[in-house]
Design a protein. Structure first.
Lengths: 254, 420
């Protein structure tokens, strides 16, 4: 029996209990996906097919639904998912320093995973803990009142295996890991790292696509071809942040 | 500083472990549920909700009893869904109630479910609240063991089932019809209204969606009477409200006050501004609300006054900004939030949010164009009133209010000719 078949057999009773909680079995989709992700570290293709079978849905419907939710990871992630709040109250209380510290100490940016597969890093929206800003979640456990010193201790404890929050299970190594030059002064609003088999996490047209930025860059790069109304709205030179993104895109072109 | 007002829902938090059902019951917990089932009819519970003047605490402030009355009176199957998807920037009251006093939340939901005569109630808990979810699971198990959930409650023959549903990261699932889709195992995309949930909600059955805080207030209302609740507050904003105060204050936190205390008093309760600083703006009702300014700080904090000041009371989250605030960054942060959370069904919301975010990002980076500021104003104007749900209309208010008030800050980010 394959590993997944064994896991599915083990979780079958729990899945059935979840289904029984609802008048309609499709409602059990989110809870069952949570269940599999908690064991596999991310939402595998096998898990989505299993959901489709159990709930009598098509795999496409399952994947479409799963892809809507940012806490369902559709590609392997690090053992510690670090999600730092970038929203208003945290911003007013030093979130920028915290985010800069993480980027600097981990050598990665928003939505990326370190090469050793230990850390994934995301800048997320309001976590409803604004009285303890700046705050974050580590594998969905809250960490409050962050300071750069506390971040050092946290990362050291995670590396040393003494951090109190359990690591996520990691059944597959994160496939694309890379460090990128600074993302510029502002993190862009990318939505999710995309699916496991997408050619690039920011694949154009897919979720989290950067087509807007790419388009702006093209316009900026070929200014001479744009005249009149468009022209007066363009800066003379592409901002550094956009140049970097363009370079990054070029480096990862499919 | 001592609390100036006696807490109602927040009572006992920090003194005792209210997550323990024995502690909660020793303090009178579940007595009102029992009383409702044994002594009151569903119609009487609804009357109490109406007489108390209780209005929804989730954002729209709709009168709770009136919402329940929209349900058809034919006794057809119906559902009660408690909305614990709290993700409105600045709001952290439901999070606290869920983690600190889960039985109060549960008791309120069960009373509300009885009030509308339904036999299956749900709570939708935001995916990020993993700890809160585990706490609620234990609370439900304990309540079930104590006979407060299940068949033939209190020997009355009334059955009431309860299910906890956990989200998976999406602010839009707080919108009631998106929440119902998510609860049905679908993408959390809002539905076209009408039909409203009261007519066609969960599994196409009549459904009431109420906020955590709204339902929790049913417990003290039953205990102390509708007149007690209606006797507090202002003419049309009755009772108490938990206000989440954060930002540039010395003691951010949840402050439960009678509706109608002044904005200034709330800032004072939260410890006032930091040393040597002055408050220049307040966002009084979560990320969706427009900012109000010094000239408004004496106003009573209630639904009507906030609306009159050009903003809203919303979810009751007050974000305080002092004179060090970079309002370009603040506006960018909120616009980026909405652009990120847009479900993408409506073009004005999806595209408008995205381009506002890009434009603001350029201003934040100091590369703005003079025309960018006009673009901000015109785009945000064109987005409003054209969307399926209120998210699309929530992008403009804060942005417009701070561009108008702090325009020089935005102009300072325009790229100077020759400089880079
Ligand atoms: C984008 C959006 C997000 C919302 N998020 C929440 C939320 O997190 N919690 C909540 O109670 N209501 C939220 N609401 C309001 C709900 O749609 C609904 O009005 C509310 O849950 C009704 O409860 P109430 O009558 O008790 O206030 C949101 C609305 C919108 C448009
Ligand atoms: S307004 Fe925005 S979030 Fe609401 S339904 Fe339309 S696209 Fe979705």
């Amino acid at each position: 029996m394959s590993d997944f078949a064994a896991l599915r057999e083990e979780l079958q009773p729990e899945c059935e209990a979840l289904i029984a909680q609802y008048p309609d079995k499709r409602s059990a989709l989110l809870p069952i996906v949570h269940l599999f992700q908690a064991r596999q570290g991310y939402v595998t293709r096998d898990a989505m097919w299993a959901c489709a079978e159990m709930l009598e849905l098509t795999p496409a419907v399952v994947e479409s639904t799963v892809s809507f939710y940012t806490l369902f990871f559709r590609r392997p992630v690090g053992k510690y998912m670090l999600q730092v709040c970038r929203n208003l109250s945290c911003l007013l209380n030093g979130a920028e320093t915290v985010m800069a510290a993480f980027r600097d100490k981990l050598g990665i940016g928003h939505l990326q995973t370190t090469a050793d597969g230990l850390f994934s890093y995301e800048e997320v929206e309001c976590l409803a803990a604004c009285d303890r800003a700046p705050c974050m979640q580590v594998n969905l456990e809250f960490v409050y009142d962050l300071t750069p010193a506390a971040i050092d201790d946290m990362l050291a404890a995670m590396r040393g295996g003494t951090y109190p929050v359990a690591p996520l299970p990691q059944t597959a190594k994160p496939a694309r890991t890379w460090a990128v030059a600074a993302d510029g002064e502002v993190a862009l609003g990318d939505k999710s790292p995309g699916a496991e088999n997408a050619s690039d996490p920011n694949n154009a047209g897919g979720i989290g696509d950067r087509s807007g930025v790419i388009m702006l860059d093209r316009i900026l790069a070929e200014q001479s071809r744009f005249t009149g109304r468009t022209r007066e709205r363009l800066p003379n030179e592409p901002p550094a942040a956009m140049r970097e993104i363009a370079q990054e895109e070029a480096g990862h072109a499919h | 500083m001592a609390m100036r007002y006696e807490p109602v829902l927040l009572k006992g938090i920090g003194e005792a472990d209210l997550r323990d059902i024995r502690v909660y019951r020793e303090r009178g917990g579940y007595k009102q549920l029992e009383r409702a089932f044994r002594e009151l009819s569903s119609a009487q519970v609804l009357d109490l909700a109406n007489a108390s003047g209780l209005r929804g605490r989730g954002g729209a402030g709709f009168p709770t009893g009136r919402k329940w009355q929209f349900l058809p009176a034919n006794g057809a199957p119906r559902y009660m869904v408690c909305n614990c998807d709290e993700a409105e920037p600045g709001t952290f009251k439901d999070h606290t109630l869920l983690e600190e006093t889960p039985h109060l939340v549960l008791e309120g939901i069960l009373i509300g479910a009885y009030g509308i005569g339904c036999h299956h109630a749900f709570i939708y808990i935001r995916g990020e609240f993993k700890r809160g979810y585990e706490i609620m699971r234990r609370a439900v198990d304990d309540a079930r063991a104590a006979g407060f959930i299940g068949k033939n409650l209190f020997g009355t023959g009334y059955d009431l089932e309860f299910t906890i549903h956990r989200g998976a990261g999406a602010y839009i699932c707080g919108e009631e019809t998106a929440l119902l889709n998510s609860l049905e195992g679908k993408r959390g995309e809002p539905r076209l209204k009408p039909p409203f949930p009261a007519v066609e909600g969960l599994y196409k059955a009549p459904t009431v969606v109420n906020n955590v805080e709204t339902l929790a207030y049913l417990v003290p209302i039953l205990e102390r009477g509708a007149e007690w609740f209606a006797g507090v507050g202002t003419e049309r904003s009755k009772g108490f409200k938990i206000v989440s105060v954060s930002g540039h204050v010395r003691k951010p936190g949840n402050y439960e006050v009678p509706l109608g205390v002044s904005v200034n008093e709330l800032i004072e309760l939260a410890g006032g501004p930091r040393e040597g600083r002055k408050v220049v703006a307040v966002q009084p009702g979560g990320g969706s609300s427009a900012a109000i300014f010094e000239e408004h700080f004496d106003l009573p904090y209630d639904y009507e006054s906030m609306t009159k000041a050009g903003s809203m009371l919303g979810s009751g989250a007050m974000v305080v900004f002092d004179d060090t605030t970079d309002f370009v960054k603040a506006a960018h942060s909120l616009v980026r939030f909405f652009a990120h959370e847009s479900c993408g069904q409506c073009t004005p919301c999806r595209e408008g949010g995205h381009w506002l975010e890009r434009t603001l990002a350029r201003l934040v980076a100091g590369y703005g164009l003079q025309s960018d500021i006009d673009v901000l104003e015109s785009v945000s104007h064109q987005m409003t009133g054209l969307n399926l749900c209120a998210l699309g209309d929530s992008i403009e208010p804060f942005l417009a209010s701070v561009v108008k008030r702090f325009r020089p800050q935005f102009e300072a980010r325009v790229r100077r000719n020759g400089a880079s």
